[in-house]
Design a protein around this ligand. Structure first.
Ligand code: ADP
Ligand code: ZN
Ligand code: ZN
Length: 727
């Protein structure tokens, strides 16, 4: 039988492929090509993922695909295989997997090319860069073009605001615009870089020695020079004419990382993240696909970007929870990176100072080869961690006298100080002192957080805002008092305590404006701030050499959280925040405030460092049967009517019992930890299995039937394989 049926992943959230007949009067579109297909009364973009010789639908029901959107496959075989395996593993809707991961314009069916790709190059009359010292933007552009023609898409990314400078230079006929086709990105080693120390050199050599697939866990303390290892390993790969893919958690939070890659590899680097405009994203994606860009740095979804000649995959800060997609196609980019490396037959490097327990376990079992960087690079030393017992202390808000004294001492020495609290806003609760009334969000089971600067109450769970009340909503008395503290209040407290010093707050509120985060970070680097107050935004990879004291205001928060990953996260945050300090000449000190100075978790953390602590946690996880020693999937449901979500999950449980589920424990259904959120009632059912195979076998049999349940139409439900949070 000839294969004349198209298996198409259509961009709709349904867990199945759709069958179509080939386009009339045209050949069979190959796998990997986008097609426009009739769907209901409209049409949709889909991707051909296979051909079949027959369909379960009868001939009259089958419709023809309308048009082919690509002449050749959009995705290389390696990425198609990755997506196929991902759809299978996460039990995702094929449309969300195959089409949802494409850049917006491609998803919308637009052509896979830039309208008129153009590049700029120097003319023969161009002067030297030095002669343009008075016009820095023009000089920067000129310097950028010295290595050869550069595509506009690359300039957009590397030199924001380059166009006015280009107009002036073009007016003088010093540069000219040419077609970008065939413009190869130059790989020029622009900046001098430090000689690798022996541990770094050993790591780079090990990675370079990989013959095909190999997974490395680069376990290196904060500031140990992991980034230098990535850069050197990438250099090796570029020298072979191949490309590198570098995943980073949130590029906007760590502009320095991007800057370091650009300084080293210049125009060879393109970035891919959600902060870009559609056109820019498409340009970067196409540059990677064509091989023009040789280093692709991107967030989570970049793991699915095509590469013409893959040579190496790097996952920086591999423990970071932003690698997990939290809606739609709920993949984990770190796991996808390892799978991709296996499929493409290239090495993958997972780097972190605080590796996830999953990766540590793979290191122990030999699936990953562990490379250690045990000391800080250069002359910097690791900071000392100390617990501050704050019981009975007369606190200034959340700050103890001992911490205030330590802050004063550092400031007197001209150093910078960083205070960390993972709670934004002014106060988590507003309370009536007369009657006890507390304003609550009526769409969630949650209190409003007081944001004093913005003069409003904000629900951190559904983003609902309301004006700040002056009087109590219960008794009408004017005695509303803020209870507890967030970063905004700490900022106010510190400003009052240290009126002669500059306090800078870095959290999602203070960085809402575009460009604000960059300004804040440069203010810190340039010494325009003395005291930094922030959330975990401050913990991410920054390099502030003048910070010598870090205060962790409330370590206890993490000790009482319900999720089984809470202690792992607490340890990671403490070590990452601590890692921001003492990175320069001066040694650093980390003070951890707690009401639980005897708590075994905190002691283990201080005594054994992260790795000792992680070993103890792995033993606990094994005893309790949690991941990485078991496998989880979480079925979540939410409904408008209070009981529907719970009833739906009850029905799915019966279904699973009918199907049989040996080897899989089903726990629940139970109400979600926040039973009502954004106006919906929420419940969940947890699946836990010592081995993966029975879990996936059950899911495969269960999901198609579960979709048919009458209640499935009345609730919103989702399946999360390897959930990051189960509460
Ligand atoms: P990590 O990524 O592990 O946090 P980085 O690569 O950012 O570490 O390095 C931390 C600092 O040490 C940077 O300022 C970097 O330039 C410097 N550094 C890295 N390797 C070396 C080296 N071999 N010699 C001197 N300084 C180094
Ligand atoms: Zn009241
Ligand atoms: Zn709410």
């Amino acid at each position: 039988m000839p294969r004349t049926i198209l298996k198409v992943a259509v961009d709709v959230p349904l867990r199945r492929l759709f069958d179509y007949l080939p386009i009339l009067d045209a050949g069979l579109p190959p796998v990997g090509v986008r097609v426009r297909v009739p769907f209901g009364r409209r049409n949709q973009v889909g991707l051909v993922v296979g051909h079949a010789s027959h369909s379960e639908l009868s001939q009259p029901q089958l419709r023809h695909a309308e048009e082919s959107l690509d002449a050749t496959p959009l995705l290389p075989p390696g990425v198609l295989e990755l997506l196929r395996r991902a759809a299978d593993y996460y039990h995702g809707a094929p449309g969300e997997v195959f089409v949802g991961t494409l850049p917006g314009p491609l998803r919308a069916g637009r052509p896979a090319q830039l309208r008129t790709p153009k590049a700029w190059q120097l003319t023969l009359t161009a002067p030297s860069v030095d002669s343009l010292r008075r016009a820095p933007r023009q000089a920067a552009l000129l310097q950028f073009l010295e290595a050869g023609p550069v595509a506009e898409s690359v300039l957009d990314q590397a030199l924001p605001g380059w166009r006015p400078a280009a107009r002036i230079l073009a007016g003088k006929e010093w540069i000219s615009r040419v077609a970008a086709r065939g413009v190869e990105a130059a790989c020029h080693v622009a900046q001098p870089h430090p000689d690798l120390n022996p541990a770094q050199a050993e790591a780079v050599a090990a990675i370079g020695a990989a013959d095909g697939y190999a997974a490395y866990l680069l376990d290196g303390v904060t500031g140990s020079g992991k980034t230098e290892v990535y850069l050197a390993a990438i250099e090796q790969v570029l020298a072979q004419g191949r490309q590198a893919l570098v995943l980073v958690p949130e590029i906007s939070l760590t502009p320095q990382t991007e800057a370091r890659f650009r300084a080293r590899f210049g125009a060879a680097v393109v970035v891919l993240h959600s902060g870009l405009a559609d056109g820019e994203r498409l340009a970067a994606w196409l540059a990677a696909a064509s091989g023009r860009a040789t280093v692709l740095i991107g967030t989570r979804s970049a793991v699915f970007a095509p590469l013409a000649r893959p040579g190496l995959i790097v996952v920086d800060e591999e423990h970071d929870s932003s690698y997990k997609q939290q809606d739609g196609f709920r993949y984990h980019a770190r796991d996808m990176a390892v799978l991709r490396a296996r499929i493409e037959g290239v090495p993958v490097v997972l780097g972190s100072a605080t590796p996830s327990l999953e990766s540590l376990a793979h290191g122990r079992s030999g699936h990953y080869r562990t490379l250690h960087l045990r000391e800080r690079a250069g002359t910097a030393r690791l900071p000392r961690l100390e617990l501050l017992d704050v019981r009975h202390q007369r606190m200034a808000g959340l700050v103890s006298p001992a911490l205030i004294a330590a802050v004063r001492e550092e400031l007197a020495r001209g150093q910078q100080v960083m205070l960390f609290l993972n709670r934004r806003g002014y106060a988590p609760v507003l309370l009536c002192h007369a009657c006890g009334w507390v304003p609550k969000c009526d769409r969630c089971d949650a209190h409003y957080t007081l944001h004093r600067g913005r003069q409003l109450l904000l629900c951190h769970h559904c983003a609902r805002e309301r004006p700040l009340p002056t009087n109590c909503g219960g008794c009408g008395v004017r005695e509303l008092i803020p209870v507890g503290a967030g970063t905004e209040r700490i900022e106010a407290d510190l400003t009052a305590l240290f009126p002669d010093h500059r306090v800078l707050r870095v959290d999602r509120d203070s960085t809402r404006r575009r460009g604000a985060l960059d300004e804040h970070l440069s203010a810190v680097r340039d010494g325009h701030a003395d005291i930094l107050v922030g959330t975990q935004m401050l913990a991410k990879g920054h390099h502030f050499p003048a910070v010598t004291l870090v205060g962790i205001l409330d370590a206890d928060q993490g000790l009482f959280a319900a999720d089984f990953r809470a202690t792992e996260r607490l340890a990671q945050v403490i070590h990452q925040v601590a890692g921001r300090c003492g990175r320069g000449e001066q040694p650093g000190r980390v003070l951890i405030q707690t009401h639980q100075p005897q708590h075994p978790v905190l002691h283990a953390l201080l005594r054994g460092g992260y790795s000792g602590f992680a070993s103890a946690l792995l033993i606990e996880r094994e005893a309790a049967g949690w991941p990485p020693y078991s496998h989880l999937a979480l079925l979540r449901a939410e409904s408008i009517k209070p009981q529907d979500a719970q009833r739906f999950l009850g029905a799915t449980l019966s279904l699973a019992q009918t199907l049989g589920h040996s080897g899989v424990d089903l726990l629940g259904p139970v109400p979600a930890p926040m039973p009502k959120r954004a106006g919906r009632y929420r419940a969940q059912l947890l699946l836990q299995a010592p081995r993966r195979a029975p879990l996936h076998a059950l899911l495969r049999a269960w999901l198609p039937e579960l979709e048919q349940l009458p209640l499935a139409r009345r609730v919103r439900w989702s399946l999360d394989v390897d959930p990051a949070d189960i509460y």
